[in-house]
Design a protein around this ligand. Structure first.
Ligand SMILES: [Zn+2]
Length: 295
């Protein structure tokens, strides 16, 4: 369990499943051997496994406790979710809720769940299985999601040409909270607390958002899949094959890194290895990162 303070706000990392080895060159089709070799010394062993030429994808939720609210940013893969053909998310059984309780928060005490986007590894714990039905895991929460993002996945869910696991995500992890009237559809910039603001950052998916936290002169930015690996800080043009609009994804990544550098805000990604967060520096040579100030 890792924890840090941003002004008066407490941020805690709630890990879910064990890290996944994802073949690096398949995930980033534009990467060259030379580029990875030149960066291996700082990427390995926490972010890259040279033997299998794989990046290490971690999975966690960020618990944000302001003076007034408990907010979860993204909810990982969830338990028992049927994801045929997507092994990383399929039928998991992890003690995620126990870890959340250990961090001091019961599911009933969560006020907001913010979904950066609606991919399976970011919305899984939105719901849980109860007597054969998917019910909201956080019964008193409002679930914040982009209107654009919601509408697109609602439409795709009935497209039989799409893989079953992809269609299941909307049906079992998004629709149940919408049907219960617990979803808040966000359009444009949206403030949740006096210190937590959602901003559109499209590219990875059409409605991807990030959340900017500011408190007591300090800041942090929760960025979902705008960035997957620390290598994308110096090489921000590198875009994964999972990004739908590659040019827009790179633009949103540049904006994110610029905002982190200007405000000295901590970058809070969803998939980095330890120490999980980073400071971003901007210079005429581009962006660099250092792993200090971590929780
Ligand atoms: Zn992801």
């Amino acid at each position: 369990m890792n924890r840090c303070k941003i002004g008066s706000v407490t941020v805690t990392r709630i890990p879910e499943r064990e890290p996944l080895r994802e073949p690096m060159f398949a995930f980033f089709p534009d990467l060259t051997e030379e580029l990875v070799r030149a960066n291996e010394h700082w990427l390995a062993p926490d972010h890259y496994h040279p033997g299998s030429r794989s990046m290490l994808l971690h999975f966690h939720t960020w618990l944000v406790q302001t003076e007034h609210h408990s907010i979860l940013v993204d909810t990982c893969n969830g338990n028992h979710k049927p994801r045929p053909g997507l092994a990383m998310s399929d039928a998991l059984n992890t003690p995620f809720l126990e870890r959340l309780r250990e961090a001091g928060v019961a599911p009933e005490e969560v006020d907001f769940v913010m979904c950066t986007h609606l991919h399976p590894d970011h919305v899984g714990w939105n719901t849980r299985l109860e007597n054969g039905r998917w019910v909201p895991t956080f019964p008193n929460a409002k679930y914040l999601m982009s209107r654009i993002e919601h509408d697109i996945w609602a439409e795709r869910a009935s497209d039989t040409a799409r893989p079953q696991w992809s269609r299941n995500v909307y049906q079992d992890s998004v629709l149940p909270v919408v049907e219960k009237g617990m979803a808040v559809m966000v359009h444009g910039t949206h403030s949740v607390d006096d210190c937590f603001t959602i901003h559109p950052a499209p590219g990875h998916t059409p409605g991807t958002c990030r959340a900017d936290l500011e408190s007591g002169g300090e800041g942090a930015i929760f960025c979902g899949d705008i960035i997957h690996t620390p290598l994308q800080v110096p090489y921000w043009q590198q875009t994964s094959r999972t990004c739908e609009d590659k040019r827009q994804a790179a633009r949103s990544r540049h904006e994110l890194l610029s905002a982190c550098a200007e405000r000295r805000a901590l970058l809070m990604p969803m998939h980095f290895g330890p120490p999980y967060v980073a400071r971003i520096n901007a210079s005429t040579h581009g962006f660099s990162l250092d792993f200090e100030g971590q929780p």
